[in-house]
Ligand binder design. Structure first.
Ligand code: FE2
Length: 268
């Protein structure tokens, strides 16, 4: 009986030892798995860090390009104003009015990231005037038919100048269509109503208002109330909803606007 108990104990001990050995193997395997997982996590962290670095570099490049484009747009706008001194500051004013217009009107649901583009579009909207003779641009008396045709060509000329550069479509639309009238009587294509891109319908109002309230070779600057009266009399030019909003909010719309930079968070 004692012998039987001894054998039983030996067997039990051997069983425990096997179980312990198995546990040890399992623990060793788990440790290997954990070590592998740690390596994988470390690799993923390295990959994330590399991606982040690449994204930061790309963001920096976008900012640099954006700043160059901004400065080039400003330079071109100044060059144009040298040829047509009466329009000095006009492009900036149109930009400020248009930026206020979209930021103050929530119904337009204008994408926030496109707001800096509006200002750029404004700086360049009359860029085609670079190709128009100074005598015609600054003529203090009534323009002939041929001179009018020449002046009207500044929209196509401007668009052709910038179309091969990397500008947002909005900039091209503003340059090409800012003289289209809502009733279809404008140029260059005689577009009507909503066929005219939103940005061009906004610019039509901003451009018209700033032209009237600035001095010209053929007349002094008009008072805002007089300008509004003239615009109301020529309302066929404007999108009626946008024009009503402009009339209602004119005091705020014509204030100096703060134009956000293109990639606001990437500077940090
Ligand atoms: Fe124009």
């Amino acid at each position: 009986m004692a012998e039987h108990n001894d054998v039983k104990k030996i067997n039990e001990t051997a069983g425990y030892q096997r179980t312990i050995a198995e546990h040890k193997r399992t623990i060793a395997e788990q440790e290997r798995t954990i070590a592998e997982q740690e390596r994988t996590i470390a690799e993923q962290e390295r990959t994330i860090a590399e991606h982040k670095e690449r994204i930061d570099i790309e963001k920096k490049k976008v900012i640099e390009i954006s700043e160059v484009v901004e400065q080039t747009s400003m330079l071109l706008s100044r060059v144009m104003e040298l040829r047509d001194p009466y329009t000095k500051g006009h492009s900036e004013h149109v930009g400020e009015i248009a930026v206020n217009f979209v930021t103050l009107n929530p119904l337009l649901n204008f994408p926030k990231e496109k707001i800096p583009m509006i200002y750029r579009a404004a700086l360049l909207h009359d860029i085609g005037k670079i190709g128009i003779s100074e005598q015609v641009l600054n003529k203090p008396t009534k323009l002939t038919e041929a001179e009018l045709v020449m002046i009207k060509y500044h929209t196509n000329l401007g668009y052709n100048l910038i179309k091969s550069f990397l500008f947002d479509k909005l900039v091209g639309d503003a340059i090409l269509y800012h003289h289209e009238n809502f009733d279809g009587s404008g140029y260059p294509e005689g577009l009507k109503g909503n066929e005219i891109p939103l940005i061009a319908r906004i610019f039509r109002i901003a451009d018209y208002y700033d032209a009237l309230t600035s001095s010209r070779p053929y007349r002094p600057a008009l008072e805002p109330e007089v300008a509004l009266r003239i615009m109301k009399g020529d309302s066929r030019c404007f999108d009626p909803n946008l024009f009503s909003f402009f009339v209602e909010s004119i005091e705020h719309i014509t204030k100096k606007a703060s134009v956000p930079s293109e990639v606001p968070n990437a500077r940090n």
